[in-house]
Design a protein around this ligand. Structure first.
Ligand SMILES: [Zn+2]
Length: 425
Protein backbone atom coordinates (compact mmCIF):
# COMPACT_ATOMS: atom_id res chain seq x y z
CA UNK A 1 0.00 0.00 0.00
CA UNK A 2 1.21 3.48 -0.76
CA UNK A 3 2.19 5.59 2.20
CA UNK A 4 0.70 8.99 2.89
CA UNK A 5 3.01 11.93 2.15
CA UNK A 6 3.45 14.80 4.58
CA UNK A 7 4.76 18.00 3.01
CA UNK A 8 6.58 19.98 5.71
CA UNK A 9 7.75 23.61 5.77
CA UNK A 10 6.16 24.72 2.52
CA UNK A 11 3.95 27.76 1.90
CA UNK A 12 0.41 26.98 0.80
CA UNK A 13 -1.45 29.18 -1.67
CA UNK A 14 -5.07 29.05 -0.53
CA UNK A 15 -7.75 29.63 -3.19
CA UNK A 16 -8.52 33.05 -1.65
CA UNK A 17 -4.89 34.12 -2.07
CA UNK A 18 -3.69 33.70 1.51
CA UNK A 19 -0.13 32.39 1.70
CA UNK A 20 0.45 30.38 4.88
CA UNK A 21 3.27 28.23 6.13
CA UNK A 22 1.43 24.99 6.71
CA UNK A 23 1.82 21.25 6.38
CA UNK A 24 -0.08 19.36 3.71
CA UNK A 25 -1.01 15.70 3.99
CA UNK A 26 -1.56 13.72 0.79
CA UNK A 27 -3.16 10.29 0.91
CA UNK A 28 -5.14 8.07 -1.44
CA UNK A 29 -4.66 10.55 -4.26
CA UNK A 30 -6.18 13.47 -2.40
CA UNK A 31 -5.22 16.34 -0.15
CA UNK A 32 -6.38 15.01 3.23
CA UNK A 33 -5.48 17.82 5.55
CA UNK A 34 -3.79 21.22 5.73
CA UNK A 35 -2.44 22.79 8.94
CA UNK A 36 -0.05 21.72 11.70
CA UNK A 37 0.20 17.97 11.23
CA UNK A 38 2.24 15.60 13.39
CA UNK A 39 4.28 12.93 11.63
CA UNK A 40 2.81 9.45 12.12
CA UNK A 41 4.27 6.04 11.19
CA UNK A 42 2.10 5.63 8.08
CA UNK A 43 3.50 8.85 6.56
CA UNK A 44 6.57 9.64 4.49
CA UNK A 45 7.79 13.16 5.17
CA UNK A 46 9.04 15.49 2.46
CA UNK A 47 10.75 18.69 3.52
CA UNK A 48 9.73 21.37 1.01
CA UNK A 49 11.45 24.27 2.78
CA UNK A 50 11.22 27.41 0.68
CA UNK A 51 8.60 25.84 -1.59
CA UNK A 52 5.35 27.39 -2.70
CA UNK A 53 2.51 24.84 -3.00
CA UNK A 54 -0.03 25.44 -5.78
CA UNK A 55 -2.59 23.34 -7.61
CA UNK A 56 -1.18 21.75 -10.75
CA UNK A 57 -2.28 23.80 -13.75
CA UNK A 58 -5.24 22.61 -15.77
CA UNK A 59 -4.33 23.79 -19.25
CA UNK A 60 -7.40 23.63 -21.50
CA UNK A 61 -5.59 24.57 -24.71
CA UNK A 62 -2.58 22.68 -26.05
CA UNK A 63 -1.43 21.42 -29.44
CA UNK A 64 0.59 18.26 -28.89
CA UNK A 65 0.54 17.64 -32.66
CA UNK A 66 -0.18 13.93 -32.52
CA UNK A 67 -1.24 12.18 -34.66
CA UNK A 68 0.41 13.63 -37.72
CA UNK A 69 3.08 16.09 -36.66
CA UNK A 70 5.27 14.25 -34.18
CA UNK A 71 8.38 16.09 -35.38
CA UNK A 72 6.89 19.23 -33.83
CA UNK A 73 6.14 17.68 -30.42
CA UNK A 74 4.11 14.51 -29.77
CA UNK A 75 2.14 13.45 -26.70
CA UNK A 76 5.00 11.89 -24.75
CA UNK A 77 7.31 14.85 -25.19
CA UNK A 78 4.58 17.45 -24.84
CA UNK A 79 3.38 15.95 -21.59
CA UNK A 80 6.94 15.95 -20.23
CA UNK A 81 7.16 19.65 -21.05
CA UNK A 82 3.78 20.07 -19.32
CA UNK A 83 5.00 18.48 -16.10
CA UNK A 84 8.12 20.62 -16.13
CA UNK A 85 5.89 23.71 -16.41
CA UNK A 86 3.68 22.66 -13.49
CA UNK A 87 0.80 21.51 -15.72
CA UNK A 88 -0.98 18.34 -14.57
CA UNK A 89 -3.93 18.28 -17.00
CA UNK A 90 -4.09 19.24 -20.69
CA UNK A 91 -6.95 19.50 -23.17
CA UNK A 92 -5.60 18.86 -26.65
CA UNK A 93 -6.83 20.69 -29.74
CA UNK A 94 -8.18 18.73 -32.71
CA UNK A 95 -6.20 20.21 -35.61
CA UNK A 96 -3.99 17.17 -35.98
CA UNK A 97 -3.55 14.92 -39.04
CA UNK A 98 -6.00 13.32 -39.36
CA UNK A 99 -8.05 15.96 -37.59
CA UNK A 100 -10.03 14.85 -34.57
CA UNK A 101 -13.37 15.25 -36.33
CA UNK A 102 -14.99 11.81 -36.40
CA UNK A 103 -15.85 9.46 -33.53
CA UNK A 104 -13.24 7.04 -34.93
CA UNK A 105 -10.51 9.69 -34.98
CA UNK A 106 -11.50 10.71 -31.46
CA UNK A 107 -11.20 7.15 -30.18
CA UNK A 108 -7.88 6.65 -31.96
CA UNK A 109 -6.54 9.78 -30.30
CA UNK A 110 -7.83 8.64 -26.93
CA UNK A 111 -5.80 5.46 -27.35
CA UNK A 112 -2.67 7.50 -28.10
CA UNK A 113 -3.12 9.68 -25.03
CA UNK A 114 -3.88 6.67 -22.83
CA UNK A 115 -0.65 5.09 -23.89
CA UNK A 116 1.60 8.15 -23.85
CA UNK A 117 0.44 11.03 -21.69
CA UNK A 118 2.17 11.64 -18.37
CA UNK A 119 -0.51 14.12 -17.32
CA UNK A 120 -4.29 13.94 -17.19
CA UNK A 121 -5.91 14.89 -20.44
CA UNK A 122 -9.09 15.63 -22.35
CA UNK A 123 -9.77 16.12 -26.06
CA UNK A 124 -11.48 18.88 -27.99
CA UNK A 125 -13.49 17.78 -31.03
CA UNK A 126 -13.33 19.52 -34.40
CA UNK A 127 -16.43 21.15 -35.86
CA UNK A 128 -17.20 20.05 -39.44
CA UNK A 129 -20.09 20.87 -41.77
CA UNK A 130 -21.36 17.28 -41.64
CA UNK A 131 -20.76 16.77 -37.93
CA UNK A 132 -23.29 14.33 -36.47
CA UNK A 133 -22.51 12.62 -33.20
CA UNK A 134 -20.27 14.53 -30.85
CA UNK A 135 -18.35 12.05 -28.68
CA UNK A 136 -19.68 12.40 -25.16
CA UNK A 137 -16.17 12.57 -23.73
CA UNK A 138 -15.22 15.56 -25.92
CA UNK A 139 -14.51 18.56 -23.71
CA UNK A 140 -15.78 20.96 -26.39
CA UNK A 141 -16.42 21.40 -30.07
CA UNK A 142 -13.65 23.61 -31.40
CA UNK A 143 -14.61 26.10 -34.06
CA UNK A 144 -11.88 27.73 -36.12
CA UNK A 145 -13.20 30.92 -37.69
CA UNK A 146 -9.84 31.18 -39.40
CA UNK A 147 -8.49 28.22 -41.30
CA UNK A 148 -6.31 25.86 -39.36
CA UNK A 149 -5.39 22.58 -41.05
CA UNK A 150 -7.27 21.66 -44.20
CA UNK A 151 -10.74 22.08 -42.68
CA UNK A 152 -12.99 24.91 -43.68
CA UNK A 153 -13.56 27.92 -41.49
CA UNK A 154 -16.78 29.14 -39.97
CA UNK A 155 -17.36 32.82 -40.34
CA UNK A 156 -21.04 33.28 -41.00
CA UNK A 157 -24.09 32.91 -38.77
CA UNK A 158 -25.56 30.27 -41.13
CA UNK A 159 -22.49 28.14 -40.62
CA UNK A 160 -22.22 28.69 -36.89
CA UNK A 161 -25.90 28.18 -36.15
CA UNK A 162 -26.12 24.39 -36.65
CA UNK A 163 -22.89 23.97 -34.64
CA UNK A 164 -24.27 26.05 -31.82
CA UNK A 165 -27.47 23.99 -31.84
CA UNK A 166 -25.66 20.66 -31.68
CA UNK A 167 -22.86 21.41 -29.22
CA UNK A 168 -23.31 22.09 -25.53
CA UNK A 169 -19.93 23.77 -25.27
CA UNK A 170 -17.94 25.40 -28.06
CA UNK A 171 -14.39 26.77 -27.92
CA UNK A 172 -13.82 29.33 -30.63
CA UNK A 173 -10.79 30.72 -32.40
CA UNK A 174 -12.40 34.09 -33.08
CA UNK A 175 -10.67 35.62 -36.08
CA UNK A 176 -12.71 36.08 -39.25
CA UNK A 177 -10.44 35.10 -42.12
CA UNK A 178 -12.41 37.16 -44.64
CA UNK A 179 -10.74 40.21 -43.04
CA UNK A 180 -7.20 38.96 -43.64
CA UNK A 181 -4.97 41.04 -45.94
CA UNK A 182 -1.88 40.63 -48.14
CA UNK A 183 0.28 42.82 -45.88
CA UNK A 184 3.71 41.47 -45.07
CA UNK A 185 3.68 42.17 -41.34
CA UNK A 186 1.85 39.48 -39.45
CA UNK A 187 -0.31 41.70 -37.23
CA UNK A 188 -1.46 43.66 -40.28
CA UNK A 189 -2.09 40.53 -42.32
CA UNK A 190 -4.47 39.48 -39.56
CA UNK A 191 -5.84 42.85 -38.48
CA UNK A 192 -7.84 43.36 -35.31
CA UNK A 193 -10.89 43.93 -37.49
CA UNK A 194 -10.88 40.13 -37.99
CA UNK A 195 -11.40 39.67 -34.25
CA UNK A 196 -14.08 42.36 -34.09
CA UNK A 197 -15.98 40.75 -36.98
CA UNK A 198 -15.74 37.24 -35.59
CA UNK A 199 -17.00 38.32 -32.18
CA UNK A 200 -19.88 40.17 -33.80
CA UNK A 201 -20.83 37.03 -35.77
CA UNK A 202 -20.76 34.97 -32.57
CA UNK A 203 -22.96 37.51 -30.81
CA UNK A 204 -25.47 37.58 -33.66
CA UNK A 205 -25.58 33.79 -33.81
CA UNK A 206 -26.22 33.51 -30.08
CA UNK A 207 -29.05 36.01 -30.31
CA UNK A 208 -30.70 33.99 -33.09
CA UNK A 209 -31.09 31.08 -30.70
CA UNK A 210 -33.46 30.84 -27.75
CA UNK A 211 -31.52 30.84 -24.50
CA UNK A 212 -32.11 27.13 -23.89
CA UNK A 213 -30.44 26.21 -27.20
CA UNK A 214 -27.35 28.33 -26.76
CA UNK A 215 -24.09 26.52 -26.07
CA UNK A 216 -21.56 27.70 -23.54
CA UNK A 217 -19.03 29.73 -25.55
CA UNK A 218 -15.33 29.87 -24.73
CA UNK A 219 -13.40 32.60 -26.50
CA UNK A 220 -9.94 31.11 -26.87
CA UNK A 221 -6.79 33.16 -26.50
CA UNK A 222 -8.34 36.59 -25.81
CA UNK A 223 -5.57 38.92 -26.90
CA UNK A 224 -6.99 42.38 -27.58
CA UNK A 225 -8.98 45.24 -26.12
CA UNK A 226 -11.80 44.08 -28.41
CA UNK A 227 -11.95 40.60 -26.87
CA UNK A 228 -12.00 42.05 -23.38
CA UNK A 229 -14.74 44.57 -24.14
CA UNK A 230 -16.86 41.94 -25.86
CA UNK A 231 -16.51 39.50 -22.96
CA UNK A 232 -17.33 42.20 -20.41
CA UNK A 233 -20.38 43.28 -22.39
CA UNK A 234 -21.71 39.77 -23.06
CA UNK A 235 -21.21 38.71 -19.44
CA UNK A 236 -23.06 41.78 -18.23
CA UNK A 237 -25.93 40.81 -20.51
CA UNK A 238 -26.02 37.34 -18.99
CA UNK A 239 -24.62 35.27 -21.87
CA UNK A 240 -22.78 32.08 -20.94
CA UNK A 241 -19.45 33.21 -22.37
CA UNK A 242 -16.02 32.47 -20.94
CA UNK A 243 -12.67 34.05 -21.68
CA UNK A 244 -9.35 32.26 -21.98
CA UNK A 245 -6.02 33.95 -22.59
CA UNK A 246 -2.49 32.64 -23.05
CA UNK A 247 0.71 33.58 -21.18
CA UNK A 248 2.32 35.04 -24.31
CA UNK A 249 -0.39 37.70 -24.55
CA UNK A 250 0.39 38.65 -20.95
CA UNK A 251 4.11 38.98 -21.49
CA UNK A 252 4.78 39.91 -25.11
CA UNK A 253 3.76 42.50 -27.68
CA UNK A 254 4.60 42.82 -31.35
CA UNK A 255 7.91 44.32 -30.24
CA UNK A 256 9.05 40.79 -29.43
CA UNK A 257 8.01 39.61 -32.88
CA UNK A 258 9.74 42.53 -34.56
CA UNK A 259 12.92 42.03 -32.55
CA UNK A 260 13.14 38.24 -32.29
CA UNK A 261 11.25 37.27 -35.46
CA UNK A 262 8.97 34.37 -36.33
CA UNK A 263 9.48 32.53 -33.06
CA UNK A 264 6.97 35.04 -31.69
CA UNK A 265 4.57 34.79 -34.62
CA UNK A 266 1.28 33.51 -33.21
CA UNK A 267 -2.42 33.51 -34.09
CA UNK A 268 -4.07 35.77 -33.15
CA UNK A 269 -1.01 38.04 -33.45
CA UNK A 270 0.79 39.78 -30.61
CA UNK A 271 -0.22 43.42 -30.62
CA UNK A 272 0.23 46.60 -28.60
CA UNK A 273 1.11 47.35 -25.00
CA UNK A 274 -2.46 48.62 -24.56
CA UNK A 275 -3.83 45.22 -25.60
CA UNK A 276 -1.50 43.36 -23.27
CA UNK A 277 -2.46 45.67 -20.41
CA UNK A 278 -6.17 45.28 -21.17
CA UNK A 279 -5.86 41.50 -20.98
CA UNK A 280 -3.93 41.74 -17.69
CA UNK A 281 -6.65 44.01 -16.32
CA UNK A 282 -9.30 41.52 -17.48
CA UNK A 283 -7.58 38.82 -15.41
CA UNK A 284 -7.76 41.06 -12.34
CA UNK A 285 -11.43 41.87 -13.04
CA UNK A 286 -12.52 38.30 -13.72
CA UNK A 287 -13.51 39.15 -17.31
CA UNK A 288 -11.01 36.58 -18.54
CA UNK A 289 -11.68 33.41 -16.55
CA UNK A 290 -8.65 31.20 -17.02
CA UNK A 291 -5.34 30.77 -18.80
CA UNK A 292 -4.54 28.13 -21.41
CA UNK A 293 -1.03 28.01 -22.81
CA UNK A 294 -1.99 27.50 -26.47
CA UNK A 295 1.28 25.55 -26.52
CA UNK A 296 1.82 25.31 -30.28
CA UNK A 297 5.34 24.17 -31.14
CA UNK A 298 6.90 24.06 -34.61
CA UNK A 299 10.38 22.88 -35.57
CA UNK A 300 13.27 25.33 -35.82
CA UNK A 301 13.48 24.67 -39.59
CA UNK A 302 9.82 25.60 -40.04
CA UNK A 303 10.18 28.78 -37.99
CA UNK A 304 13.28 29.78 -39.98
CA UNK A 305 11.61 29.16 -43.36
CA UNK A 306 10.28 31.86 -45.71
CA UNK A 307 6.72 31.10 -44.64
CA UNK A 308 6.95 30.34 -40.95
CA UNK A 309 3.87 28.80 -39.35
CA UNK A 310 2.27 30.53 -36.36
CA UNK A 311 2.55 29.19 -32.85
CA UNK A 312 4.76 29.43 -29.79
CA UNK A 313 5.76 26.88 -27.16
CA UNK A 314 4.57 27.87 -23.71
CA UNK A 315 3.62 24.95 -21.53
CA UNK A 316 7.11 24.36 -20.20
CA UNK A 317 7.18 27.73 -18.40
CA UNK A 318 3.44 28.05 -17.79
CA UNK A 319 3.12 28.28 -14.02
CA UNK A 320 6.36 30.25 -13.46
CA UNK A 321 5.32 32.75 -16.17
CA UNK A 322 1.90 33.26 -14.58
CA UNK A 323 3.32 33.50 -11.05
CA UNK A 324 5.72 36.16 -12.23
CA UNK A 325 2.71 38.43 -12.70
CA UNK A 326 1.84 37.97 -9.02
CA UNK A 327 5.47 38.43 -8.06
CA UNK A 328 5.51 41.75 -9.96
CA UNK A 329 2.15 42.75 -8.41
CA UNK A 330 0.41 42.73 -11.76
CA UNK A 331 -1.99 40.08 -10.44
CA UNK A 332 -3.24 39.54 -6.93
CA UNK A 333 -2.46 36.12 -5.44
CA UNK A 334 -6.19 35.69 -4.94
CA UNK A 335 -6.64 35.26 -8.73
CA UNK A 336 -3.98 32.60 -9.27
CA UNK A 337 -5.88 29.43 -8.29
CA UNK A 338 -8.83 30.47 -10.42
CA UNK A 339 -6.70 31.32 -13.45
CA UNK A 340 -4.60 28.16 -13.46
CA UNK A 341 -7.17 25.67 -12.26
CA UNK A 342 -10.67 26.30 -10.95
CA UNK A 343 -11.70 28.66 -13.77
CA UNK A 344 -11.21 25.89 -16.34
CA UNK A 345 -12.67 23.34 -13.91
CA UNK A 346 -15.92 25.31 -13.66
CA UNK A 347 -16.09 26.08 -17.36
CA UNK A 348 -15.47 22.50 -18.47
CA UNK A 349 -17.42 20.89 -15.64
CA UNK A 350 -14.61 18.86 -14.07
CA UNK A 351 -14.94 17.56 -10.54
CA UNK A 352 -12.50 17.01 -7.69
CA UNK A 353 -10.43 20.17 -8.11
CA UNK A 354 -10.88 23.03 -5.65
CA UNK A 355 -7.34 24.38 -5.33
CA UNK A 356 -5.16 23.54 -2.34
CA UNK A 357 -7.91 22.41 0.05
CA UNK A 358 -8.77 19.22 1.89
CA UNK A 359 -10.70 16.93 -0.44
CA UNK A 360 -9.05 18.15 -3.65
CA UNK A 361 -7.27 15.75 -5.98
CA UNK A 362 -3.58 15.81 -5.05
CA UNK A 363 -2.35 17.16 -8.39
CA UNK A 364 -0.05 19.87 -7.19
CA UNK A 365 3.11 21.70 -7.95
CA UNK A 366 5.85 22.98 -5.67
CA UNK A 367 7.84 25.95 -6.94
CA UNK A 368 11.04 27.40 -5.59
CA UNK A 369 12.94 30.59 -6.17
CA UNK A 370 16.23 30.59 -8.03
CA UNK A 371 15.97 26.99 -9.15
CA UNK A 372 17.67 25.56 -12.20
CA UNK A 373 15.15 25.31 -15.05
CA UNK A 374 17.22 22.61 -16.81
CA UNK A 375 17.37 21.95 -20.57
CA UNK A 376 14.51 22.85 -22.91
CA UNK A 377 12.22 19.86 -23.50
CA UNK A 378 9.77 21.02 -26.16
CA UNK A 379 10.77 20.07 -29.70
CA UNK A 380 10.34 23.72 -30.63
CA UNK A 381 13.76 23.97 -28.98
CA UNK A 382 13.60 27.47 -27.48
CA UNK A 383 12.43 29.25 -24.38
CA UNK A 384 10.42 32.34 -25.34
CA UNK A 385 10.65 33.64 -21.76
CA UNK A 386 14.44 33.73 -21.78
CA UNK A 387 14.56 37.53 -21.83
CA UNK A 388 12.16 37.76 -18.88
CA UNK A 389 13.62 36.53 -15.67
CA UNK A 390 11.15 34.22 -14.01
CA UNK A 391 11.52 34.16 -10.24
CA UNK A 392 10.12 30.68 -9.72
CA UNK A 393 11.05 27.29 -11.07
CA UNK A 394 8.94 24.15 -10.84
CA UNK A 395 10.68 21.98 -8.27
CA UNK A 396 8.35 19.03 -7.68
CA UNK A 397 5.09 17.86 -9.25
CA UNK A 398 2.57 15.47 -7.73
CA UNK A 399 -0.18 13.73 -9.66
CA UNK A 400 -2.75 11.99 -7.50
CA UNK A 401 -0.40 12.20 -4.54
CA UNK A 402 2.60 10.66 -6.31
CA UNK A 403 5.79 12.48 -7.22
CA UNK A 404 6.10 12.47 -11.02
CA UNK A 405 8.84 15.08 -11.29
CA UNK A 406 11.44 16.50 -8.97
CA UNK A 407 14.49 18.67 -9.65
CA UNK A 408 14.62 17.97 -13.38
CA UNK A 409 14.04 14.24 -12.99
CA UNK A 410 10.95 12.46 -14.24
CA UNK A 411 9.64 9.45 -12.40
CA UNK A 412 8.12 6.77 -14.58
CA UNK A 413 6.00 5.06 -15.37
CA UNK A 414 3.23 7.47 -14.80
CA UNK A 415 0.15 7.66 -16.98
CA UNK A 416 -2.44 10.38 -16.87
CA UNK A 417 -6.11 9.59 -17.19
CA UNK A 418 -8.88 11.07 -19.25
CA UNK A 419 -10.81 13.89 -17.64
CA UNK A 420 -14.03 15.20 -19.07
CA UNK A 421 -16.86 17.08 -17.54
CA UNK A 422 -20.52 16.39 -17.28
CA UNK A 423 -22.50 18.85 -19.34
CA UNK A 424 -24.27 20.40 -16.42
CA UNK A 425 -23.83 23.92 -17.75
ZN1 LIG B 1 -4.52 26.99 -30.31
Amino acid sequence: MMKAVLLKNGTVLHPDGRLDREDVLLDEGKIQKIGQIALRPHMDVLDVEGGLILPGMIDPHVHFREPGFIAKEGIENGSRAAVKGGVTTVFDMPNTDPPCDTPEAFEAKERLFKEKSRVHWGLHYMATPDMRDIPERAVSVKIFMARSSSRSAWNREEALLPMFRKARRVAIHAEDETCFTQETRHHLRRPRQAIRMALETIRRTLILLPESERPRVVICHASTLEDVQWLADMKTRGFDVWGETAPHYLWFTREEEEYFGARYQVNPPLREVADRDAVRQALRDGIVDFIGTDHAPHTAAEKESDHPPSGIPGIEWAVPAILELAEQRELPWSRITRLISTGAVDCYGLSGYHGIQAGSTADLVILKKDGNPGPVITRAGYNPYKHISLTYTVNTVFIEGKVVYSENKFFTPHKGKELFGAFTG
